[in-house]
Each structure stands twice: as C-alpha cells, then as structure tokens.
Design a protein around this ligand. Structure first.
Ligand code: ADP
Length: 396
C-alpha cells in the first residue's frame, strides 16, 4: 500500500509517497513559490538525482496535480496509475482542543480546522487549501495529523496561563505545543533503541530545528512542552525569541512605535540566535563565526544551550526523574557541539556523553558513556512516516 503525505504551506507544498510495506519514501518533492513568479517543483525518486521543473504554478490545486504528475512520470516517477495511491495524509498545524488524535477528513473536520485558523493564521488556511485541492484530484480517503494533538494529554496545571480565567473561556488562550508528530515519533523510536517499554520511561525530547521545542514524555504521554499558544514560547530559536518577560513586549512596542503585527514580526523573524549574533540563524554559520572569534555568535550559542539545559532541569522536576534525553531535528541531529554544550550542564543527572559516538551522523544512536545513569540518544525525526502510519491506522 502507498500513502501520499502532504504538508501544505501558504506558498509551498511538500510531498512524499511512502510504501507502507517497507516504510520507505518511494519519492518526495517540494513545490515552491505557489502563486508567485518563478515557481518550480523539485522532485526526487528514492535517493536519486533531484529533478527541477520550472513552470507557472498559480494555486495549490495545480501544485497537487504537478506532484502527482511527477509521481506518474515515466522517467522519475514511481507509480503507473494514480489508483496505486491508497490514501492521503496531511500535516495540519493547529487542532486546538478539538483534536487529540488524527482524524479522517469530513466536512465537520474541515470546519473544525477552519475554526482553529485564528490560532494559526499562516498555517491552517493553507493546510485546508491543500486538503481541498486533493479532494478534487484524488478519489481516496484523506487523514489529517495535527502538530498539537500529541500534547493534548498535558494536565491543566501545565497548559493554563495565569491570565484571567475568562480569557481561556472566551478565546481558548492556553499552551497547545507543536512538533507533536516529531516528539511522538522520536519517543517511540528511543524506547525501542533503549530496549524498554515506553510505559516504563521518563523521556525528555529536544526537537532542535529552525523552530525548537522540548517535551516531557512520561509513559508515552506528553505532560508538558515548551511551545505555547503559538510556536514562539520556550527555547531560543533560529529567529524566534522564546521565553522572555511579557512586559518587554509592550515596552519595546512603545519605544520603537511598533504595531502588534510589527512586534510579532520582530519576535518571530529577527530575534533568536540570529538577532543576538547578527550573523545567521544557521548553526553551521554560528559555529564558524564563534571559532573565528565573533563574541556575539559565541554568546548566542551559549544562551541557546543554557536555555535547553534549563528546560531539561525543569522537566526532570516535573516528572520526578528522567531516564533518557532525546535530540532530534536539524541542530539536534547534526550539531554535535551544541549537544555537548547542553549535556555539560547535566552532570548532576548522571549524564555523560561519549565523544566518538556523539560525532556519528544520520543514525539512531545512544551517545552516552557506558556508565552514564541517564541516557542521551539521537533519533533522526521522520514526521512523514508518522503521518503515513497514522493515516494507515485510520483508513484500515
Ligand atoms: P526546520 O525547522 O526548518 O524543519 P531543520 O530541522 O531542518 O529545520 O533544521 C534546520 C537547521 O539545522 C539549520 O538552520 C541549521 O541551523 C541546523 N543544521 C543543519 N546541519 C547542521 C550541522 N551540520 N551542524 C549544526 N547545525 C546544523
């Protein structure tokens, strides 16, 4: 059985066709600049060469059609008939309090996704457009998998903000958390790697990509996570502030005469390690700059590792212990020196990493020293596979 996994952004569409027997991606691709000039599709069959086709792509329906055409292509395609696609699974960013798990797409589900649009104005409308584009082209069941769903097990004391309670009742202002699909996937894989049932484990998962979040997972269930109402809260990220005094927001707005949208832009797009260093949001550039003696790049990296370590301490307290810490996503999987910097704070937990293992890439690996009490593992994330697995489960 083959499942098409789709992730629609406002001007982009990522797709992957997953073979559920082998759980491998047969092909994947990215349609970029939908509705903008110079749009194109970059398609890759298996691990083969990437093929780029530049053409006018006015809307998401054309984008979905192009993705399917690429999958059917006699050269770089991987299927001969569109009927080989058994179902489509969509990544949806915000499910609000409506969804604690994936769901089959119905009119009610689409309505509920639209209702969450005020919580994710950039993402949910684009996700819906992708679902509707697929409906017109493919005659298959569709499933939606939410970034927020895994975090719906958080207790009230973890998800409530100490604002007047009426704001929660009126607008559902609370912590939702994101990257749920990734935290769920890596926690399951980590338990398997450690050879223990997930029900017996207290795990702290660190998804460190452009966006970054930490999640406390007790017995397979999320009990707390660092992102909040939006993906801005928690860790310092590539271009996002993460935690700070909320009063700094109104202070800066007044001083700089910024509108809410202007301040939102500043906190999301020009802050984080990029804002502090003035160099880049990419950790490879930051590490190079720090090595070359750039003090602010060094400061940004120090602040980043310190913040992650503080969250690990907090979540250890929340679970009254931790058995393993998981690193995943771009920085978590590749940034050996960032992992090391974070782990240096954690000696009190019995964390100790083996430098040779920490230098390995691209595999699931326990990078702890042999005698370490708390394990540290690196798990390459695979959100598409999780979406495909959940889609399969629902359509069965
Ligand atoms: P996204 O949140 O966009 O999915 P990724 O998980 O792909 O992000 O992470 C992208 C980030 O990973 C890059 O911005 C870069 O900082 C980091 N990264 C990629 N390769 C390396 C590397 N070799 N060393 C350190 N950081 C890396």
């Amino acid at each position: 059985m083959k499942i098409l996994v789709l992730n629609c952004g406002s001007s982009s569409l990522k797709y992957q066709l997953v073979d559920m027997q082998t759980e491998q991606a047969l092909a994947k691709g990215l349609v970029e600049r939908i509705g903008i000039e110079n749009s194109r599709i970059v398609h890759q069959k298996g691990e083969g060469e990437k093929v780029t086709i530049e053409q006018d792509i006015p809307n998401h329906q054309v984008a979905v059609q192009l993705a399917i055409d690429a999958l059917l292509h006699t050269g770089h395609g991987v299927i001969t008939d569109v009927k080989e696609i058994s179902a489509a699974g969509h990544r949806v960013v915000h499910g609000g309090e409506n969804f604690s798990q994936a769901a089959i797409v119905t009119d009610e589900v689409k309505k509920a996704i639209a209702e969450c649009s005020s919580l994710a104005p950039l993402h949910n409308p684009a996700n819906l457009v992708g679902i509707e584009a697929c409906e017109k082209i493919l005659d298959v069941k569709q499933v939606v998998v939410f970034d927020t769903a895994f975090h719906q097990t958080m207790p009230e004391k973890a998800f409530m903000y100490a604002l007047p309670y009426g704001l929660y009742e009126k607008y559902k202002v609370r912590r939702y958390g994101f990257h749920g699909t990734s935290h769920k996937y890596v926690s399951v894989q980590a338990a398997a790697l450690l050879g223990k049932p997930i029900a017996d484990l207290k795990l702290i998962s660190c998804h460190l990509g452009n966006g970054a979040s930490v999640c406390a997972i007790n017995a397979g269930k999320c009990i707390d996570t660092s992102m909040g109402l939006t993906p801005l809260e928690g860790l310092i990220m590539g271009t996002r502030t993460g935690d700070m005094d909320p009063a700094a927001v109104t202070f800066v707005m007044e001083k700089e005469k910024l509108s809410p949208a202007g301040m939102d832009d500043l906190m999301n797009k020009t802050s984080g390690v990029h804002g502090v260093s003035g160099v880049s949001s990419d950790f490879r550039d930051l590490e190079q700059a720090a090595t070359d003696g750039n003090e602010r790049a060094k400061l940004a990296l120090d602040m980043y590792a310190y913040r992650v370590a503080k969250y690990i301490g907090a979540y250890t307290a929340a679970m009254n212990g931790v058995d393993a810490i998981i690193f995943t996503a771009g920085v978590g999987e590749n940034g050996a020196s960032t992992r090391k910097d974070i782990c240096e704070y954690l000696g009190y937990l019995g964390v100790s990493i083996n430098d040779e293992r920490n230098g390995k890439r691209g595999i699931e690996i326990d990078i702890s020293a042999d005698n370490a009490k708390t394990r540290v593992v690196v798990i390459p994330t695979n959100e598409e596979l999780t979406i495909a697995r959940e889609t399969l489960q629902l359509i069965k």
